[in-house]
Design a protein around this ligand. Sequence first.
Ligand code: AMP
Length: 578
Amino acid sequence: MNAHDRERFWNERAHELLTWSQPWSKACPDSFDAAPGWFAGATLDVSANCLDRHVAAGRADVPALIWQGEPEDEAVVFTYGRLLADVRRAAVVLAGLGVSAGDVVGIALPALPELVVSMLALARLGAVHLVFPAGLSPAVISERLGACKAKLFITADGFYKAGRPVPLVQPQDVPRRVLVRRTGRPMEDQRPGDVWWHEAIAAHPTPPNLPGAMHGASDPLFILYTSGSSGHPKGVVHSAGGFLTACASSAREGFGVGPGMTIWCQAEPGWIMGHAYAVYAPLCLGATTLLYEGSPGYPQPDRIWRIAQKHQVATLLTTPALTGQLMREGEAWPAARDLPSLKFIVSVGEKLTPENRSWLARSVGKGRAPVVDAWGQTETGGVLMLSGSQGGLAPLSGVEAGVEPGVQAGGHLAILSPWPGMAVRLVEGSLDAKEHYDTGDLVQTTPDGKFIIQGRSELAGSDLPLVDVEACVAAYPDVAEAAAVASGDTVVVYATLRAEAADPEHMESVLTDAVRREVSGPEFPLSIRIVEELPKTRSGKIARNALRGAAEGRMGDVSGLADPSVMSTLLGDKDALF
Ligand code: AMP
């Protein structure tokens, strides 16, 4: 696509997808250096794009958000009319607490309706939300609130997990708090200045007629930190006009999202895919988004499938981590549920293995709903590449991808020309993108020009065939998940087994033989280690840097892990490795 076609493409998309208040002089910047220049001069009202315009078009009674609580009988349907009313009330409350355009507000909420309402209310004020994913340590939350100069902190008394109310651990050093009541259990550390959300909202029984703030197209809409699967998490800033255009475009083109359909994005709302596909894109496109509060396997491993059936989900956006977990529970659970409404299954966040793909296609899609792999990063503001149902990723329309050669075998995936969803800057500093944007992911190309992602390059080993070894182990039917890391000259593969698999010692020798036979040759220094659990980041990605530490007997920095105790178990077993 030449610069002229690209400009025309995004020009048309932005007009089709969004309502703008002030037109732009030029849609598309010429280079990444000028990336904040998307839709230069234009303004838009983000919350009106997500809410008011659908209500004005006579769709006030259409469901915008379906919230399913962990207790089965707690499900609430928010129509576009109701969501708009709730957002207006919340915006007035937040304005009354001193929030105005450009202010940053931290949000650490479980998957409750108030999370969506507060994000949109902040957008309505022109303020910037900074959502924290579940399980982040209180110290990290305080540090990020400080780094972003947050003015307010919205959090909750707790949440439900596997049937139990669990308190949210509260960071100490935070700005004034707004507290959402979920469990109703007494909070130990009430602080002066705390405001209860339900009390403040109750003061506005009639939703005030508060018009939305205008965003300049490149004004910040939110800040989000990367998951840190590859090192220290960085805060990236996404723009109102660019992000909204790109995420709505990818959801419509890539996942068939539109009016009258329900999308369930199972990635947490506190990660980029959740921002894009659980909140902004479905609402922008007038679709219905489903938010589930609880554990996927509670009270039984078919909970996910029951929810999808009950709420007639059409697009299921899932992750390999969750799929792996469900696969371990056995195929009988999804097999017992017919999901006639399901049209499309998308997996995002990590490589979709052929085993995961065929399991999803067979047991969940029942041969009717195709399964596609989708690639994106926090920095890219959502999905940029999608596979066909046979694998190999291709860029979505308006996106140009290529290979940055020479770094390591295969090279890095590079995005060759600007597209509107690219983050505009970092909290500290600017993004390193000039001629093109180097994603840092190792990639190979197929003969027909598709891309196969092999993971973050800094996680790859030296010359060792980690990718091939890992694929060989993961392909074994009894293996649930596998990750290969390099420790000196040795490849160490950590693997978990499916519930019904044979005994671990036997599997270790079977897999060692398989790798030596199919990949490496007999002399290859290899250690296969069957473990109960792999260390994961909070977004459910396998933390390969932590595994490399474990293979070398180091605990390393475990602050990014969902459950650091997994590392202690791995290290306890270390002597058995070699
Ligand atoms: P984050 O920005 O923390 O959400 O992580 C983004 C990273 O996840 C990417 O740079 C990739 O390494 C990885 N990733 C995301 N989607 C895929 C996918 N479909 N296949 C392989 N890796 C993926």
